[in-house]
Write a protein that binds this ligand. Structure first.
Ligand code: NAP
Length: 275
């Protein structure tokens, strides 16, 4: 990993799981870490762990199931941070559950938290990220992917937690490829990955699955995209762990990507800003 002294990193969903470990390792490498989550006590514990080890961190609370909270999170970062060098969109909800849930804004919950919130946060922070270039954006997606059904993006029919999760994870990859194209030549790289299969985290335990990988393995893959010198200049890619891989074919479909982006701009109210 590169030395990160003087760099600032925001990692969403770093109160638990692989995000918490990535936050700690980024701080160990010298970065100032913005720890994000919903639970203030757990967030403060992560910050205390980092500062006791000699690192620098602050906690930012926001429920990503609410777009006004995403906006507030972005406003806070823009007001307090002179630069942002690494953004890791990691927060997510897993496959558990059989009944459809919605966000505070009325959108299908996994689409809202796993994809839409990261989309909105990234665009809202983009002026700061561009100004801080060279910078990296990492979208923590999954190998669990399912093509989006544009006739029923909110999954009002045939809902399952797994389908909702896989659709939202593929949506993150479509977003990654699009944004990388939009930011070509700016010094901002954008990549997505499947960190590791069934890491031993709350998400996997909640789904009743026996863990197959360690959190350390997933953290190493995320840190590779966020801070490895080898990744310099590579953008718009999807990785499975440490290796570049192919995502679901829909990720490489320009029309699908344009349709998804138009929907996300509309739903987030960002149409005027991101065009
Ligand atoms: N675990 C795996 O094997 C695996 C495999 C492939 C991909 N991934 C991806 O890796 C990422 C991290 O997964 P993980 O296994 O580390 O999960 P985790 O242990 O459940 O942690 C998820 C994090 O996201 C936060 N979060 C969830 N909903 C939120 C919301 N509405 N607002 C704000 N924060 C929210 C959680 O906060 P709370 O603690 O408050 O819930 C927690 O900090 C996810 O994007 C997941 O899809 C994981």
């Amino acid at each position: 990993m590169m030395k990160l002294d003087g760099k600032t990193a925001l990692i969403t969903g770093s109160t638990d799981g692989v995000g918490r470990m990535v936050a700690r390792q980024l701080a160990d490498a010298g970065a100032r870490v913005l720890v994000h989550g919903r639970d203030r006590d757990r967030g403060q514990r992560v910050v205390a762990d980092i500062t006791q080890a000699g690192g620098s961190a602050a906690f930012l609370a926001a429920d990503l199931a609410s777009l006004p909270e995403v906006q507030r999170l972005a406003d806070t970062v823009r007001q307090t941070e002179p630069h942002l060098d690494i953004l890791i969109n990691n927060a997510g909800i897993g496959t558990a559950g059989t009944s459809r849930e919605t966000s505070a804004d009325g959108h299908e919950l996994r689409f809202a938290v796993n994809y839409l919130a990261g989309f909105a946060l990234t665009y809202l922070l983009l002026p700061l990220i561009r100004h801080s270039a060279p910078t990296r954006i990492v979208n923590v997606a999954s190998a669990g992917q399912q093509a989006l059904d544009f006739d029923d993006i909110m999954l009002t029919r045939g809902y399952s937690g797994r389908r909702a999760y896989c659709q939202s994870k593929l949506a993150q990859i479509l977003f990654t490829i699009d944004l990388a194209q939009e930011l070509a030549g700016t010094g901002v790289s954008v990549n997505a990955l499947h960190p590791a299969t069934y890491m031993d985290t709350s998400m996997v335990r909640r789904a009743g699955v026996t863990p197959m990988s360690t959190v350390e393995q997933g953290a190493a893959a995320i840190l590779n995209l966020a801070a490895s010198a080898d990744l310099e200049g590579r953008t718009g890619r999807y990785f499975n762990g440490l290796r570049e891989a192919r995502a679901d074919p829909q990720a490489y479909d320009d029309v699908a990507r344009r349709r998804l982006k138009a929907i996300a701009l509309e739903l987030t109210g960002l149409a005027d800003r991101a065009g």
